[in-house]
Write a protein that binds this ligand. Structure first.
Ligand code: EPZ
Length: 415
């Protein structure tokens, strides 16, 4: 496994440009399967999950080229055999289920992989696709889905699942009649998906609210689109600026998508200015104070920034409590932070932290994408060098992470 090494204690400064959103672009790529023709997607982050999705989609038939953050996808005839090994490498693979069912009426798919941050069932996807008329059975470890014709109906999600909302939106685009999804997820990436689908000729309204209406159409066509900025990458750099106590300009960000983080950071004595597309941290080494957070579905504090925020709280004065309500095993980074001298008491769904003066660089292991980013954030302020194994997890979701940090004055390198 490759390692990332970080020299702590350096002053950061300058500007960083945020890339396109991983958790939007992977779904837009899946949505192209609903249509025919040549799609162009711009502002694509050059990250491992995109390359994996590119390989997985290509195994279904599309011809895909990607260079300099621009992707071209030519979709014509499709195979419904989504059992390539690549499917098991990330959670987003499950997003081809809805489109393939709607387009082909039959699909065989492996269970998706993804970060080991807790149970990640797909019951909300399958149960609600069945309500649209699909049938599923297991065959030799794969899921086989069949649907002669999907028919729109009213769906009520028992939990605002991001992926289930997206799969259902995509399947319903080619269903007969109208589908209403109640208690839908409201993440900004779902708004990107709605806008993309509508540019393909779909009729979707309500994304970003808890009720989404889809009026089925006969077919969908090619289009072009530019992916919105990645709010989780942006939040990671905001937290990096706060923990190092320096001046960092974060450009090309949708600041409104980070409201829940910014409100909390204000409570922690973090100093910043906010414009529509730009956030400037000017901490100037003012002391951070601890606070409590509870993660939840958007617009609550995002679970994907919980690990990075936990790292921040380890050096904030006083006590903090981090309650994780979305996943049941998303504190593996806390165990690694303890090795760096953090004072954290864990129970199954929360972490109680007492801030320490200093963290100490040592060898730690990233167990998942955002946990790995949290260890890098902590290493920026630790005494000495921190050696982070499992950097392949970080590469799944951060484009040029060490280059961006080094451009801000950090010293981060691979071994
Ligand atoms: C998306 O995952 C993101 N991944 C995750 O980001 C993010 O943490 C999550 O949404 C929540 O915001 C992508 O978009 C590729 P969910 P997803 O369905 O769609 C339970 C990252 O770091 N659930 O909203 O899988 C599930 O177990 C990743 O970029 C069911 O019980 O999230 C979890 O506890 C990590 N049954 C909760 O809902 C289901 O059928 C949230 O899952 C589906 C989900």
């Amino acid at each position: 496994m490759q390692k990332l090494l970080v020299e702590g204690g350096l002053r950061l400064g300058g500007r960083v440009e945020i890339a396109g959103a991983k958790n939007a672009v992977l779904k837009l790529m899946a949505a192209t399967l609903l249509g025919k023709g040549t799609f162009q997607i711009r502002n694509v982050p050059m990250i491992k999950d995109v390359f994996t999705m590119q390989g997985m989609l290509s195994s279904l038939g599309p011809k895909i080229s990607l260079a300099n953050n621009v992707m071209e996808i030519k979709v014509d005839e499709l195979s419904g055999d989504a059992t390539s090994k690549l499917v098991q490498q990330m959670r987003a693979s499950i997003q081809v289920l809805g489109p393939l069912l709607a387009r082909l009426g039959k699909v065989t798919i492996s269970l998706p992989g993804g970060c080991a941050i807790g149970d990640r069932p797909i019951d909300l996807h399958l149960d609600n696709l069945e309500k649209l008329g699909a049938r599923f059975f297991y065959d030799n470890g794969y899921i086989v889905g069949e649907a002669t014709q999907l028919v729109g109906t009213e769906l009520v999600l028992s939990y605002p699942s991001v992926g289930a909302t997206e799969n259902l939106m995509m399947a319903a685009c080619l269903a007969e009649g109208t589908t209403i999804i109640r208690r839908a997820a409201k993440e900004p990436e779902i708004v990107d998906l709605q806008n993309f689908l509508n540019k393909m000729g779909a009729r979707v309204v309500g994304a970003g609210t808890e009720t989404i209406r889809i009026d089925g159409v006969k077919s969908l066509h090619e289009t072009e689109f530019s992916v919105s900025p990645d709010r989780i990458e942006a939040g990671t750099f905001v937290i990096a600026g706060a923990i190092t106590g320096d001046e960092i300009e974060i450009e090309n960000v949708e600041s409104k998508h980070l409201e829940s983080l910014l409100v909390v950071l204000k409570n922690c004595n973090v100093h910043f200015t906010v414009e529509k597309k730009r956030i400037v941290i000017h901490q100037r080494r003012k002391p951070l104070t601890g606070t409590n957070i509870v993660t939840g579905p958007y617009p609550a504090f995002p679970t994907d920034l919980q690990p990075q925020f936990t790292a921040l709280m380890t050096v904030a004065k006083g006590n903090s409590e981090i309650k994780e309500t979305v996943y049941n095993n998303r504190f593996q980074h806390a165990i690694e932070l303890q090795k760096m001298g953090a004072n954290i008491t864990l129970n199954s769904s929360s972490a109680r932290i007492t801030g320490v003066e200093k963290l100490v660089g040592t060898s730690v292991t990233a167990a998942d994408l955002r946990g790995g980013a949290a260890l890098v954030v902590a290493a920026l302020v630790a005494d000495g060098i921190t050696e982070i194994s499992g950097v392949e997890h970080i590469d799944r979701g951060y484009e040029n992470f060490e280059h961006k940090l080094n451009a801000l004055g950090a010293k981060v390198w691979r071994q």
